[in-house]
Design a protein around this ligand. Structure first.
Ligand code: BES
Ligand code: ZN
Length: 629
């Protein structure tokens, strides 16, 4: 969509919001009918049944109707078994209501239609989830760190909440919720919400989320979990053997929170805790409110991978407070978050570190631009008819962050900081479209007039910016990067480039200015990345003999090294490769490895590893191997 058209859509939205019926951006990934009836609150009472790999219980939905034409509440559902539906006008007296389930789509699931009356305010659904639920991973004790108890966790983003709760599963439809969770003895439930008790009695774990959140942020985990505080508002949950290490690794969280608040205004979610997941977690991190879910692969022992925590924490502003209205607007979540993540890193660890992270991100962006067709290279991407998880490439992340970096450079950091803080205040607890966000940027930044000076104060001079030269339309709706993009540079990496060139020439690095023993993880990552894709067997051996990559405890470095090992058939690394693929389910690591392996070797490893992976990773690798010749 051209920028002019985006602005027009935004204006329409504004006038319509004057009438009572809320304006909700059309979301092609939901069956819901929010223009007629909307879910505002959920009351969940759920049993966690490990033996059946099923969540069973009731959801009471508080609904709001607009006019009298609704007749049906249409919910999203995916592989849910619905036992009974009831409706009520007062939340006390219920009567049975008819329901039907429509045709099921592989990605979207099926619409669940429940008959309602004009006076219906509550809808109660008795249901259970299926073992194939795409949001859920049920782990046997052997698949956990401590191997004593089973483990369950949810991953609702993008549209998997519907596989464990019947609801209007669109990021534009925010809900509050309360939940009572029943877990087996010896286990604990945690949710991205405020815990109302310490879950000491497994039959009485209660949670409340008072802030309206999009459904993709509803999260639950059940396991043998321990807690370790890292500050007044922050802490870590993990299996008992992991929690101490995790708390040490993430001991800067409190400072990160303070840095983010100083820049972008108050943290509005009470606590910020992190739950360290079993290694099969398909993502690096997931910004569930109050309780980020994080892969254990970021525990490197030296805090070198904590940018992930900065990232998920940044979502407390960009994403959780101000949310993408549809999955086409995903860059509003991730692009803003990557920009903020690097600002937090800069505050805590300095400019040099932030520049290295940006340069690594830019490398990933270049690779991603090469492997994605033009329509997927634009920020406001069209995902109609597709799985929104397919939109999660590096493009919304890194191209989005570069775009904001360019706006920052044009207007100056102080002004852009003030702008962003106002933006989060203005849209707090709302879900917005690309059009709305750009309309706000136009009125509050591009066209902003200097504020009237107070009596006695000198007038504030605003820097004149030629907005037409920013190529805003190009950023949002054109593939690739605009010619005007400001590309990240890192002085630290220039030294690494020299070292890599020298090593390739002499298999040694002896330049006195280069102190390899002081290199950080980021420098090692860049070093590996800057070597040619094809290396001789002798060179692979030399690299490993000198720096022991095969034995590194840093999974980010290991995954990159293993990729080089596969590409160059470096067999000494294969046992490590197999162990890695059989324990780690993080999609970003395992996908490129299976992709690089030849079909026979890939299938041999995958046969053993598949049961350990989350359905999201299984789907990705199933598809990859099916397409592989
Ligand atoms: N919200 C995302 C994870 C996500 C995106 C889940 C789309 C499902 C669909 C999270 O904030 C994220 O971006 N995680 C990254 C790590 C981050 C440091 C870039 C990841 O998991 O790799
Ligand atoms: Zn993110």
């Amino acid at each position: 969509m051209a920028l002019a058209a985006l602005f027009i859509t935004a204006c329409t939205t504004k006038t319509e919001s004057l009438i009572r019926r809320p304006v909700i951006a059309h979301d092609s990934h939901s069956y819901a009918n929010p223009e007629l009836v909307r879910v505002r609150h959920l009351n969940l009472d759920l049993n966690i049944v490990f033996e059946q790999q099923s969540i069973q219980g009731t959801a009471v939905l508080s609904i709001e109707q607009y006019g009298h034409d609704a007749k049906q509440l249409i919910l999203d559902s995916k592989a849910l078994q619905i036992d009974e539906t009831e409706v009520s006008a007062d939340g006390v007296k219920y009567r049975e209501a008819r329901f039907s389930i429509g045709a099921s789509d592989r990605t979207l699931g099926a619409p669940l239609r429940i008959d309602i009356a004009p006076d219906t305010k509550f809808v109660k659904i008795r249901y259970s989830s299926d073992p194939t639920a795409t949001a859920l991973q049920w782990l046997a004790p052997e698949q956990t760190a401590d191997k004593q108890h089973p483990f369950l966790y949810t991953q609702s983003q993008a549209i998997h909440a519907r596989s464990w709760i019947p609801l209007q599963d669109s990021p534009g439809i925010r809900v509050t919720f309360e939940a009572r969770i029943h877990v087996p003895a010896g286990m604990k439930a945690v949710m991205g919400a405020t815990a109302m008790n310490n879950c000491g009695n497994p039959d009485d774990c209660r949670f409340v989320m008072e802030q309206p959140i999009p459904p993709y942020l509803i999260a639950l985990a059940v396991g043998d979990l321990a807690f370790h505080s890292t500050g007044p508002r922050t802490g870590v949950w993990a299996e008992p053997s992991v929690v101490g290490k995790a708390a040490a690794e993430f001991s800067d969280m409190e400072k990160m929170l303070e840095a983010a608040e100083k820049l972008y205004g108050p943290y509005r979610w009470n606590r910020y805790d992190v739950l360290v997941m079993p290694p099969s977690f398909p993502f690096g991190g997931m910004e569930n409110p109050m309780l980020t879910f994080a892969t254990p692969t970021v525990i490197a022992g030296d805090k070198s991978l904590v940018s992930l925590i900065a990232h998920e924490m940044a979502h407390s502003w960009s994403g959780n407070l101000v949310t993408n209205a549809t999955w086409s607007d995903f860059w509003l979540n991730e692009g803003y978050t990557v920009y903020i993540e690097r600002r937090i890193l800069e505050e805590l660890y300095g400019k040099r570190r932030a520049e290295m992270e940006a340069a690594l991100g830019y490398q990933e962006l270049q690779d991603e631009l090469k492997s994605n067709p033009a329509p997927d290279q634009i920020l406001h991407v069209d995902l109609t008819g597709r799985d929104p998880d397919d939109g999660a490439t590096q493009i919304p992340y890194e191209k989005g962050a570069l775009f904001l970096g360019q706006i920052e450079a044009a207007f100056g950091r102080p002004r852009f900081d003030t702008y962003l803080k106002d933006y989060f205040d203005h849209f707090a607890f709302q879900s917005i479209t690309t059009a709305q966000s750009m309309a706000y940027m136009k009125s509050h930044l591009f066209d902003a007039k200097p504020k009237e000076p107070k009596a006695g104060e000198p007038p504030v001079a605003l820097r004149k910016v030629d907005v037409s030269r920013l190529g805003v339309d190009e950023w949002i709706s054109q593939p690739g990067l605009p010619a005007t993009a400001i590309l990240p540079v890192s002085d630290a990496f220039q030294a690494v480039d020299l070292a890599a060139a020298e090593w390739l020439k002499n298999q040694k690095i002896k330049t006195s200015q280069i102190n390899i023993s002081q290199w950080s993880t980021q420098e090692w990552l860049h070093f590996l990345h800057s070597l040619p894709q094809t290396l001789s067997p002798a060179n692979m051996h030399r690299l490993d003999a000198e720096w022991h990559f095969t034995e590194t405890g840093n999974d980010e470095i290991l995954s990159q090294w293993l990729l080089m090992a596969v590409r160059n058939r470096y067999e000494p690394a294969w046992p490590a490769l197999e162990t890695f693929l059989e324990t780690v389910g993080r999609r970003k690591y395992v996908k490129p490895l299976y992709d690089a392996l030849d079909r026979k070797h890939a299938i041999a490893i995958y046969d053993k590893a598949r049961p350990m992976y989350h359905p999201i990773t299984q789907n990705t690798i199933d598809a990859l191997l099916a397409a592989k010749k």
